[in-house]
Write a protein that binds this ligand. Structure first.
Ligand SMILES: Nc1ncnc2c1ncn2[C@@H]1O[C@H](COP(=O)(O)OP(=O)(O)O)[C@@H](O)[C@H]1O
Ligand SMILES: [Mg+2]
Length: 273
């Protein structure tokens, strides 16, 4: 199983849209895929997959109190925390795609994000354990959609990933912020085996191509990070979202889907070993 995380310095760059379309893309190619909404600050799966009512959410993996309760009162099933295997639900849009939701009550997300290092050290162990349980369930790809910026919860997801897709809007702030994010990550985590990639999303029509090329070179030369996708601003995508749909329908002409397909093929190739 390969784990791919979507991350960004700022919110609204297109992480969730890209995460879900990559997940459905892998599913359509025959890979058993699990997409996790790990954006604890602003969960989105619940508003997209409105027909699904999962019993457990991603947050439940990190409920430390419930974990303690287990050792005292094993008899009471309600107090037993869910195991990772209890979390995935069928997406109903493709047989190969399962989902894990995040808890939409803001206090759950904010609470977890603001916990201290000790909490997150324990949370990281649980995440590793969850990852190996998901692998046992037969998933080929795990796609994790995170909260933007440098927070310990997202850093944990980055630590367990085989690849990260860092999504940015190409403008002065997007470039500066993403450069900062990557530098901080490298100074914090050192050189790890994970492969990082940049996706330029929502490129405003009229942006000089030369500028985009310059930005790509900037990430490659300064940080050694390759660009895997350049996607223009496309009102069709935003319109889809207006109706709560983030999955872009099959259309071979669609620049977004062409980019997604290219990213899937590149990831599949680069993560083979
Ligand atoms: N290439 C694009 N062109 C136009 N709108 C886009 C594009 N990519 C994403 N969007 C829109 O931008 C908004 C934020 O996207 P979202 O995936 O929720 O970002 P994030 O998860 O990073 O916060 C949504 O309304 C989405 O439809
Ligand atoms: Mg999002």
């Amino acid at each position: 199983m390969k784990t791919i995380i979507l991350h960004s310095y700022k919110g609204g760059t297109g992480k969730t849209t890209i995460a879900l379309n990559i997940a459905i893309g892998f599913a359509k190619k025959g890979y058993k895929t699990l997409a996790i909404d790990a954006d604890l600050n602003a969960p989105t799966f619940e508003s997209i997959f409105t027909g699904l009512k999962p019993k457990y959410k991603f947050n439940d993996l990190f409920e430390m109190q419930k974990m303690k309760a287990k050792s005292y009162t094993d008899k009471n099933a309600e107090l037993n925390p869910p195991t990772p295997k209890d979390l995935p639900v069928k997406s109903l849009i493709h047989e190969n795609l399962d989902l894990i939701f995040a808890n939409s009550k803001p206090q759950f997300g904010v609470g977890l994000l603001s916990m201290d290092k000790n909490f997150h050290a324990e949370a990281l162990k649980r995440l590793y354990n969850a990852k190996s349980e998901f692998e046992k369930l037969g998933y080929d790809y795990l796609i994790i959609d995170t909260s933007p910026s440098l927070n310990l919860a997202s850093i944990n997801s980055i630590i367990i990933a085989d690849a990260s897709l860092i999504v940015l809007r190409p403008n002065k702030y997007g470039i500066a912020g993403t450069t900062f994010l990557l530098k901080e990550l490298y100074s914090m985590l050192g050189t790890v085996k994970r492969k990082d990639y940049i996706i330029f999303n929502q490129i405003v029509v009229g942006t000089p191509e030369k500028l985009v090329t310059q930005w790509q070179k900037h990430f490659k030369k300064r940080l050694g990070v390759e660009t895997v996708g350049t996607i223009h601003c496309n009102c069709g995508i935003a319109l889809n979202m207006l109706f709560g749909n983030l999955i872009i329908e099959d259309d071979t002409e669609n620049e977004f889907l062409v980019a997604i397909d290219k990213i899937i093929k590149k990831l599949h190739h680069d993560l083979k070993n």
